[in-house]
Design a protein around this ligand. Sequence first.
Ligand SMILES: Nc1nc2c(ncn2[C@@H]2O[C@H](COP(=O)(O)OP(=O)(O)OP(=O)(O)O)[C@@H](O)[C@H]2O)c(=O)[nH]1
Ligand SMILES: [Mg+2]
Length: 583
Amino acid sequence: MNTPGPEGPGGAEPIASRGLGILRDAVAHLRDEAASAGLTLDVPGVADARAARAALVDQIDDYLLPRLSSLDAPLLAVVGGSTGAGKSTLVNSLVGDVVSRAGVLRPTTSAPVLVHHPGDAPWFADQRILPGLGRVTGAVPAEAPQDPSSVRLVDSARMARGLAILDAPDIDSVVTRNRDLAGQLLAAADMWIFVTTAARYADAVPWDLLRQAAERGTSVAIVLDRVPSEAIGEIRAHLGQMLQQQGLGQAPVFSIAESALDPRGILPDDQIGPLRDWLRALAEDAEERAAVVRQTLTGALDALETRAGALATSVEDQHNAAAALLSEVDRAYHDALDQVARDVSDGTLLRGEVLARWQEFVGTGELFKQVESTVSRLRDRLTSFVRGRRDEPEPLGEALQTGASAMVTAQAQRAAATAARAWRTSPGGAAVLERHPDLARSAPDLDTRVERLVRDWQAGIFDMVRTEGKDRRAAAKGLAYGVNGLGLALMLVTFASTGGITGAEVGIAGGSAVLAQKILEAIFGDETVRRLAAKARENLVRGVRELFDAEALRYRRALEDAMTDAGQAARLREAASAVKAAR
Ligand SMILES: Nc1nc2c(ncn2[C@@H]2O[C@H](COP(=O)(O)OP(=O)(O)OP(=O)(O)O)[C@@H](O)[C@H]2O)c(=O)[nH]1
Ligand SMILES: [Mg+2]
């Protein structure tokens, strides 16, 4: 990865650079962890977190890794500032030639122009720095549109070897692309040449950036441009105070008086001279240049821990938000299942159609009376009752099927609506719902699946009765023919098997269930009836639970890309600690 430039080291790797290699690897690892930090949920503040992630990854790619790979690469000074401050004019004046277009329309520069000594060309021609941007060469065409995805490389013998300047787009125009690119370019700099004007040196945006530079310890030089000659002393003093207050008291300041430009748009030599000479001296002083590089590098490395920590916190926010969304879903389906468990046992289902079909099924009131008088004398009649019904279509079974299915479906719908309602108001949930509008309802095939579930459950009940009947041949003569009737009776008992069946609430339904129970007890005994009813209820609730789990899984799937693994935040912090340790 070590790019041997014209001044690059050759031969065997010295011990010091081996240590640097470890640091570089640690930074590269942090970069990969940061790049994979999951920030997919639209929780509050996620836009900032994504921008911070991009800025961190970019700075590592654009600046830290290349700088750690080749400490002796030329120093890159990036010219930044507000639109119209005179950045391009300044760069042209430093070079003594028009290398970047200056203009009256704001903003003018939208693509970076990097000017270097011809001998330094190999350092910039490849993707060593700013690997995300392409490369174009040659002077900027007068009219052709600029390409913000490329760096224009211009070589000039007027540049000192070892120091390159980059003219950046403005930091504060309405063009987002310009602002973002300017931020990325400044983050790739060994040094900022920050241009402001007498009219605008107290603007907020530049100071936000300057404060950040101060915090990170970035090397900064300030150019106070277009100052009316008579006010130079006063403005310079005020700016000096502001720099002091923001922790940039050490930054050199170059004042340039408002002056007429030459026909090419270049500043008079007496105005640009001091800055040009300072840069040239810096370029020629290897030690001083290394000090500037080290200062910015150290600051950028120092900042990694805080930045990685902030990103880790954002990742945790995501994780927590996703977990909260899932727990809303789990709660909704859990509540719905609870309700199903109550509804299948408290008589709720023994109303209307089911009740009418039951009465019809049992036939005459006579039978009820007899059942109530003595159970033992009834056995024959019961047998004939169930036998007589065995081949006929089963409206009671259908009514039970319909009633139970409708109840389960309604609870599933309610859970889906509840989950969706919760997501609409929970952090990150609304956007996921927008992408998956189907989550506001149950799955489209839910009805079919519920019907199948209840049918299978009914079949299971008939099986239970059949098995039980085989074991009690003596007590239930002719039972082979009565499976259907006894199965239906068992369903009825199941649906009314909690305490309240005799209460006013369930009324006739409860009474009917008592009759069903008596019939069953006459044949199987009360212990067995209780056991069968409990098992039937369990089977139904288990089936519904599986069905609801499948419903809830749809929400889980929708969150899959947001479910960053729990260790991600910790890995980010560890990667940052490893960088610290490697230093
Ligand atoms: N008279 C005079 N005009 C200047 C000076 N500096 C810049 N200008 C003019 O001001 C306008 C803006 O200058 P630019 O150099 O394009 O400004 P910039 O900072 O590169 O602007 P953006 O690329 O939009 O960010 C141009 O018309 C320049 O000719 C100066 O010192 N004196
Ligand atoms: Mg410009």
